[in-house]
Structure formats: C-alpha cells, structure tokens
Design a protein around this ligand. Structure first.
Ligand SMILES: NC(=O)c1ccc[n+]([C@@H]2O[C@H](COP(=O)([O-])OP(=O)(O)OC[C@H]3O[C@@H](n4cnc5c(N)ncnc54)[C@H](O)[C@@H]3O)[C@@H](O)[C@H]2O)c1
Length: 341
C-alpha cells in the first residue's frame, strides 16, 4: 500500500515514520512536509536509506501542486499530521491556522476524492490526526468526568477551533461523498523530536541552560500526558483496522498538572525549583483534559506501553543526549538540513 504522510518532519509525524517505515517493508511511505519553523528535516534524515520511503517538500495549502502529486502517485492511504500546532501562536496569528488546518485538510480530501472519482482508484483510508482540545476543557474538581467520542465539540482557542473545523469537514466528506475516513483525537504528547516550544521540551531546554522556567498562571492546569509512541501505535491500528466514519479517542490516563511536570523535570536534572517563575496566564487557558479511551481499547485492542514515570525519564535522557539536535534548532541551523538536491 502507498501511504501519504503529511507533516512527517514534525514531532508526531517523524516518530510515526520511524515506527512504520522499517516495520512494514512492503508498504511505501511518502512524507510530504512544507518544513515550516516546526518542520525539522533532521528528524527524518536517517530514513533516506530505506527504499520504501521518500520525502517531498510541499505545502498542503498549495492545491494545484497537491492535485498534480495525487495524479502521479495514486495513494491508497492518507494520514494528515500536518498542522499549525501551537496554541500560543494561534492566539497571535489565527489566520494561518485556518489556512493550513482547515483549508489544507479540505485540499487533501479533494485531491484524494479526485483520485477515486476521476481515476477510478480504490482509495482505502483518509485518516485525520486531531486533538482532545476540540472538546474544550473539563472542571478541575470533577475528576470523574472524561471526554468520550460523543462529547460535544467546544473548542476554546483558535488552534482547537481550526482542528474541530477540520474534523467536521472530514466527517462531511464521509457522509456527503462516501469517503472512507477515520479521525483520532489524542491528548498531549511528549517524547523525542518535539520542537522546544511545547511544555516538556521547553522546560528541559531551559533547565539544561539554567534559565528561568516560565509557568502559566498558578501551574495547576491539568493535561493527560501520553508518550508519542503510544499515540502512534493507536494511529497505526486505526488506519489498518479501524471502521470507516469512526472517531477514536487516545490518551495516556496520566493526568498531571503543569507544575508537577516542571518539578519532575527539575528533579530529574538535579536542578533547583528556584528556576520556576510564574507568568501571566495564557488567554482562555483550558483547565483540564482527560480522555475515555475505552472504545479503541475494546474495538481495536489498543494498549499503552508507557507510564508517565517511565516515559518522562526516557524523554529527558533523549534531550540530554541529543543536545546537537536542540542546538541546531536554537541557532536556526536546522533550517539548512534539507538539501533540495
Ligand atoms: N503535540 C501534541 O501534543 C498533539 C496532541 C494531539 C494532536 N496533535 C496533532 O498532531 C499533529 C502533529 O502535531 P505535532 O505536535 O507533531 O506538530 P508539529 O508542529 O511538530 O509538526 C507539524 C508538521 O506539519 C508541517 N506543516 C505545517 N504546516 C504545513 C503545511 N501548510 N503544509 C505541509 N506541512 C505543514 C510542519 O512543517 C511540521 O513538520 C497535528 O495535527 C496536531 O494538531 C498534536
């Protein structure tokens, strides 16, 4: 089968490619990425050695180029990881979130539909990588409340609104055009290759440099942390065994508040908690996310292999041992890692 993996040089997409390219030698994986500030070719450079893998630099906002690519490549499966992914950036500049996350998704759906309708190609699956943030947030004091796939959409930020909008287009294409789609909604990921603007790699980076660690508000907002590998195992299961038209929640069952996460990082790195500095809260900051993942566990047999305690130790060690990777980002050098020829 021929896969198109968009956003494959970002954090989750690159981990997905490392998981599948070697595991499925009979499948072909084409990674499409615009290499925005968050796309780092260093994350996937080592995959060049595989014969069942290829990289294409392209922007999912560019409809014409996408259509040309689909005319020549005849994909069987599309997995859309590509997105503007950082909530804080969406508060500063919402428009690009609409362009990439909503219009880019519709461009991909149209190109895939064209492959079926104009070329008679038997398309197998369009999978949309979505987020728990489409459900909005939960109160801090009602810990028994969890998001299920039937929870209503109530996004708070421009980022989550754009992801929820994209999900609605994906479902509309299933109903209106009978497209074979699935959606996964996952909680906060951590692990290797994450751009150091997200909480965990940002705090590790700052702690390693003895810089102040900025914590929003009182630090008590809760996230359900999942190791990126467990997320990608779920995506792989859905893509291969999931039911068309279905949504699947994924989460770590590992609710921690931000302050706990930051203190854990400082402890692991033997740094003082005096480095913590509380800063003005994020606008519209979601209080708590928590996922009911029983559907994918029962229907597809998904399980997690990481506890937070194991995953965070391994992740901190990865950043400590890959400071060249980190330094390339901080100095801007990572932008030169992709050579067109
Ligand atoms: N990080 C999380 O905790 C998390 C949790 C749940 C869901 N998600 C979703 O998972 C997906 C991947 O997230 P991530 O954390 O890896 O993000 P990321 O920012 O690390 O990676 C995004 C990738 O998409 C590429 N991209 C951006 N705009 C593009 C465009 N217009 N055309 C082509 N490529 C483009 C970037 O170059 C980058 O490689 C996103 O859809 C995100 O919404 C993330």
């Amino acid at each position: 089968m021929k896969f198109l993996i968009t956003g494959g040089s970002g954090f989750i997409g690159s981990n997905y490619l490392h998981y599948v390219v070697n595991k499925y030698p009979n499948d072909e994986f084409i990674c499409l990425d615009a290499l925005t500030y968050a796309g780092n070719y260093n994350n996937i450079k080592d995959l060049e050695k595989y014969n069942n893998y290829k990289f294409i630099k392209m922007d999912i906002r560019d409809r014409e180029s996408l259509n040309d690519l689909f005319r020549t490549e005849k994909f069987d499966i599309v997995i859309n990881f590509a997105a503007e992914s950082h909530v804080d950036r969406s508060i500063v500049n919402p428009n690009i979130f609409v362009e990439t996350n909503v219009i880019g998704t519709v461009n991909l759906l149209n190109a895939f539909k064209m492959l079926r309708d104009e070329f008679g190609h038997k398309i197998i699956r369009y999978h949309q990588i979505s987020t728990d943030e489409v459900y909005g947030d939960l109160p801090l004091d009602k810990t028994d409340l969890l998001f299920t796939e039937n929870s209503y959409l109530c996004p708070s930020s421009p980022y989550s609104s754009s992801k929820a909008s994209a999900d609605l287009f994906v479902l509309a294409y299933a109903r209106t055009f009978n497209m074979p789609v699935t959606i996964s909604r996952c909680s906060n990921n951590y692990g290797p290759y994450q751009f150091p603007e997200a909480l965990i790699p940002l705090m590790i980076t700052k702690a390693l440099r003895n810089e102040k660690l900025p914590v929003y508000g009182n630090g008590l907002n809760v996230r359900d942390w999942i190791h990126v590998h467990d997320h990608n195992v779920g995506v792989d299961l859905i893509v291969r065994k999931g039911k068309n038209g279905e949504i699947y929640n994924l989460g770590g069952h590992s609710e921690k508040n931000n302050l706990f996460v930051v203190k854990t990082i400082l402890k692991e790195l033997s740094k003082s908690e005096d480095l913590i500095t509380f800063v003005e809260d994020r606008k519209g900051h979601d209080l708590r996310y928590a996922m009911d993942t029983s559907k994918i566990e029962k229907e597809l047999g998904w399980t997690r292999s990481y506890t937070f305690e194991k995953g965070i130790k391994e992740t901190i060690n990865w950043y400590v041992n890959n400071q060249d990777w980190l330094n390339d980002i901080l100095s801007g050098k990572y932008k030169n890692s992709y050579n067109e020829h």
